[in-house]
Design a protein around this ligand. Structure first.
Ligand code: CP
Ligand code: NVA
Length: 313
């Protein structure tokens, strides 16, 4: 089996790999519940290089390493000074000598891609301005737990065509789901990405659409997905976005337009009262905290796969 060294995006991984990751994530969850922590990652070290804030991603990667007998180091992006104190290539040449996996949250997607090319250790995209594949895997595990087979189900992302939306579209394509983005005009996913992903839906006979009217978009949906309207690093767009996004709040009215089958989730952190109301977040149909838990299990599956790819497991 020729496994890829890195996890940068789901699309290049392909359908089979995504299904294997989801299967293993479920297995990791069951294994933890039955047997507690294990030692599969004994002697292995992950380093977390984060240029942006994080709660879930940092904690779950660190806990994942610890629960499997390995360790995680937090790198201080400011102190390392990639490209300032020394070149990216030299940083990579150092890190690969000590580490088993490098988990990166950066503004620039190209930075993570370059690190993956330059370093001989696996690199994981823990969110960039472009994508958030680990989040999409956690959604996939959560959706399977709640609905079983995802084929033919519909995921409606309500809000900005952002990094999370993009990775969810990739996941949805490989899981045979329909994907609808409901956003104000001008906030769709980038055209070059649409060109890449559309054939994946077409060949499976599933739908990939952008629908401006949120009430129309959510009708019959199985999952409504919410995220902040202004992503980290894009705070300057707040005023430009204000107003446009108000109809895209997930509230009781929108959920009722979706129908009684619909579940709601959010990658978190949520801006309660903006993109989602308290009533929905705290309601029985919201599975966002299940998804947050599943970050841990999905990331164990990611690390296991990359360790297998590089002879570490
Ligand atoms: N959903 C997510 O990635 O959360 P953090 O930004 O807290 O890591
Ligand atoms: N789109 C959000 C996701 C946070 C997990 C952001 O990039 O800030």
């Amino acid at each position: 089996m020729n496994l890829q060294k890195d996890l940068i995006d789901l699309l290049p991984l392909g359908e089979q790999a995504v299904h294997e990751l989801l299967d293993d994530a479920a297995a990791q969850k069951a294994r933890l519940r039955q047997n507690g922590p294990d030692t599969e990652f004994a002697g292995r070290t992950a380093a977390l290089y984060f240029e942006k804030p994080s709660l879930r991603t940092r904690v779950t990667f660190e806990v994942a390493m610890n629960q499997k007998g390995g360790q995680a180091l937090q790198l201080d992006a400011g102190t390392i000074g990639i490209g300032k104190r020394e070149s990216l290539a030299d940083v990579a040449r150092n890190l690969e000598r000590w580490l088993d996996v490098l988990v990166c949250r950066t503004f620039s997607h190209e930075l993570v891609e370059s690190l993956a090319k330059l370093a001989r250790v696996p690199v994981v995209n823990a969110l960039t301005d472009v994508s958030h594949p680990c989040q999409a895997l956690a959604f996939g595990l959560t959706a399977r737990e709640h609905r079983g087979n995802l084929e033919g189900l519909t995921l409606v992302f309500v809000g900005d065509g952002n990094n999370v939306a993009r990775s969810l579209a990739e996941l949805a394509a490989f899981c045979g789901m329909n994907f609808v983005l409901s956003c104000p005009d001008g906030f769709e996913l980038p055209v070059d990405f649409v060109r890449q992903i559309l054939p994946e839906f077409k060949k499976r006979g599933t739908r990939f659409e952008a629908v401006t009217d949120p009430k129309e978009a959510v009708r019959g949906a199985d999952f409504l997905y919410s995220d902040v309207w202004v992503s980290m690093g894009q705070e300057g767009q707040k005023d430009q976005k204000a107003g446009h996004f108000l109809p895209y709040q997930i509230n009781a009215g929108l959920l009722s337009a979706a129908g009684s089958q619909a579940l709601v989730t959010h990658c978190l952190p949520a801006h309660r009262g903006e993109e989602i109301t308290d009533e929905i977040m705290d309601g029985e149909r919201c599975v966002c905290f299940d998804e947050a838990e599943n970050r841990l299990h999905a990331q164990k599956a990611v690390i296991r796969r990359l360790f297998r790819a590089t002879g570490r497991l």
